[in-house]
Write a protein that binds this ligand. Structure first.
Ligand code: FE
Length: 218
């Protein structure tokens, strides 16, 4: 089988937010789809390694903010390449992006945050069912609320790779005369001749199979 066939499926991109006690958090996902319309239901898959995952399991509530083509790479870095285990993502000190966008983070009627910059809408969800899919949990959710933020077109995963991620290429400086492995998803650079098979990208949590070998000659 050609593994690239999986890249031909189309996906959106979303900031998924949750709240447990006083802790707000959010992560980037590409797996939210409407699965029924009478009533409206949305299926959301979240990687178990995301802090947001455990919060949703416990609280059964989330907001899915639809990322638009106006989103910048710094927003992906902020929500996607650091963990709520280590940082309070809704604190202004957590990144330059949050410092500039704290006023674009607002509370929806369900008490959870939604992001009003680099997004065009959000949907509030209440979990009805959870299906264990090993690395991920699939949440089947009722739609409880939602609002349009602006009319900018939604970003697809392909658009991210072709337009937004290009900003990431500047992040990794490639030392001369070395073999490096570059994450195809986020641009993270691993130095070394061999990449361990069980390596997980520290920024985007994708596996070793999403890395490509790059040889840099002096
Ligand atoms: Fe990565």
């Amino acid at each position: 089988m050609d593994k690239k066939v999986m890249e031909k499926l189309s996906y959106g991109l979303f900031v998924c937010t949750a709240k447990e006690g006083n802790k707000d958090n959010g992560c980037i996902i590409n797996t939210a789809i409407q699965v029924t319309n009478t009533p409206n239901r949305v299926a959301v898959a979240i990687n178990k390694s995301n802090f947001t995952h455990d919060m949703v399991v416990k609280t059964k509530v989330m907001n899915v903010c639809v990322i638009s083509k106006k989103a910048d790479f710094d927003m992906f870095k902020h929500f996607g390449f650091q963990s709520g285990k280590d940082v309070d993502k809704f604190n202004v000190a957590s990144s330059q992006w949050m410092k500039e966008n704290i006023n674009n983070c607002k509370r929806a009627e369900n008490g959870l945050m939604y992001i009003a910059a680099g997004t065009n809408s959000y949907i509030s969800l209440a979990v009805q069912d959870m299906i264990d899919l090993d690395s991920h949990t699939l949440f089947i959710c009722a739609v409880t609320d939602g609002a349009i933020i602006d009319d900018s077109p939604s970003a697809t995963y392909q658009f991210y790779h072709q337009n937004i991620k290009t900003q990431a290429e500047k992040i990794g400086t490639t030392p001369e005369g070395k073999t490096i492995w570059k994450c195809k998803i986020c641009g993270y650079v691993y130095e070394g001749e061999d990449l361990p098979e069980d390596f997980i990208c520290p920024w985007c949590k994708h596996p070793a199979s999403d890395f490509e070998k790059v040889s840099v000659t002096a």
